[in-house]
Design a protein around this ligand. Structure first.
Ligand SMILES: Cc1ncc(COP(=O)(O)O)c(C=O)c1O
Length: 400
């Protein structure tokens, strides 16, 4: 037998991690890494946060799962918190980002069908976007790498470029358009933050055309950019529907689709569902994570440390212009575009005991826990600098 018992769909790095503590993670050979991946923007409160551990273990001794045919008070509590702090009036709980997206896309089409316009099915997505791996999600993002070999493109998905506003306006105004789906900060695409003006323009165009606006805040939401949700940096840019996941559970699998009452108006009993979505275990942790992230002052600290980390990386960009093209992103979602191969750079960072994530456009991303300390931010910059030194030597040698 040549295939591994694990389906070989991941290109896994070599360390085997056994435990974590805050922003640090330990391998079975004793190495201690500074974790600026945080489970790809998921472990927002670091590893083994005492309050999350307590919430999980307390709930684990009471009730894990009951099904959504019964009331789940933890869902009601978390939905109250999400609706109290956003544009949304109602929330559906799922287990992952892709499932939250799936709910958002179904909701958009159902909205128009319920209004007597079943022909409005087209979802406008963007090049460079990432919405997850379900059929709907890969069709919405339109990235050939995730579509090739999986049969024909699904009908009802239209692709636009973020920079081609005239084409986008025309697509939004088309009579078969249901919704636009966009990440306010493109994550996997390379930490590209859209401007307030861009979001406001698209918001207005959707409203004029009667199309719905969906934000994918799976990666940018729950404090990652220093506001609870990235679009909240701007006035008059709120969506009709928003997908949330990753940091929502602080590392426990949970997703959510939040919507205005109007956008959700087509979704009655049996329109959607999930066996595990929002089960008591997930809700216990997610409620605690939400309370910690939304607590007064928490995100102010995140923003201050993010600014320090960003400034340190920008300084490295100036010191290593032959290796760093630019530093981009928002808050604790930072991308560094490199001249040399980003995958090689990630491996070299691990040699320097720093974990960084990959990203499109030859970026590496730093997505540390939101409670990273100032000293840890400085340490991340120092380890990044050491990696640049190593990369400079190796890439010079390769070129010689
Ligand atoms: C912006 C965005 N949307 C959706 C997803 C899919 O989330 P999941 O992997 O939990 O299905 C991701 C995952 O990286 C993401 O970054």
């Amino acid at each position: 037998m040549t295939i591994s018992p694990l389906l070989p769909v991941y290109n896994r790095a070599e360390p085997v991690f056994t435990h974590g503590e805050g922003s640090w993670i330990f391998a079975d050979d004793g190495r201690r890494f500074l974790d600026c991946v945080a489970g790809i923007a998921t472990d927002a409160l670091g590893h083994a946060h005492s309050r999350l551990v307590a919430a999980l273990t307390e709930q684990a001794g009471k009730l894990w799962h009951i099904s959504n045919i019964f009331r789940i008070p933890g869902q009601e509590a978390l939905a109250e918190k999400i609706t109290a702090t956003t544009f949304a009036d109602t929330v559906f709980f799922a287990n992952s980002g892709a499932e939250a997206i799936e709910c958002a896309l179904k909701m958009a089409r159902k909205y128009h069908a319920a209004k007597g316009h079943p022909e409005r099915i087209d979802i406008i997505g963007f090049s460079g976007s990432f919405h997850g791996r379900t059929y709907a999600a890969v069709n919405a993002s339109g990235n050939a790498t995730y579509l090739d070999g999986f049969g024909p493109r699904l009908p009802g998905y239209v692709q636009c470029g973020v920079d081609d506003m005239p084409a986008l306006r025309a697509a939004i105004a088309a009579p078969t358009t249901a919704a636009v789906i966009v990440e306010p900060v493109q994550g996997e695409g390379g930490a590209r933050a859209l401007s307030g003006e861009w979001l406001q323009t698209v918001r207005r165009a959707c409203t004029e055309a009667g199309a719905l606006l969906i934000y994918d805040e799976v990666q940018s939401g729950m404090g990652r950019t220093g506001k609870l949700f990235a679009h909240q940096w701007f006035d008059d840019a709120a969506p009709d529907i928003m997908a949330i996941a990753k940091a929502l559970g602080g590392g426990f699998p949970v997703g959510a689709c939040a919507a205005s009452e109007e956008a959700a108006s087509g979704m009655g009993v049996s329109a959607h569902g999930s066996t595990f979505g929002g089960n008591p275990l997930a809700m216990a942790v997610a409620n605690e994570a939400f309370d910690l992230i939304a607590a007064p002052g928490f995100l102010d600290k995140t923003l201050a440390v993010a600014a320090r980390l960003r400034a340190g990386l920008e300084d490295l960009g100036r010191r290593y212009p032959q290796l760093v093209v630019d530093v981009r992103g928002k808050g604790m979602l930072i991308g560094v575009k490199l001249t040399g191969n980003n995958r090689e750079f990630m491996a070299m960072a691990r040699e320097k005991l720093l974990l960084v994530a990959g990203g499109g456009d030859n970026c590496v991303r730093l997505l540390p826990p939101l409670n990273l300390s100032e000293a840890e931010a400085d340490e991340a910059v120092a380890r990044f600098a050491a990696t640049l030194d190593l990369a400079g030597e190796r890439w010079d040698r390769q070129a010689a």
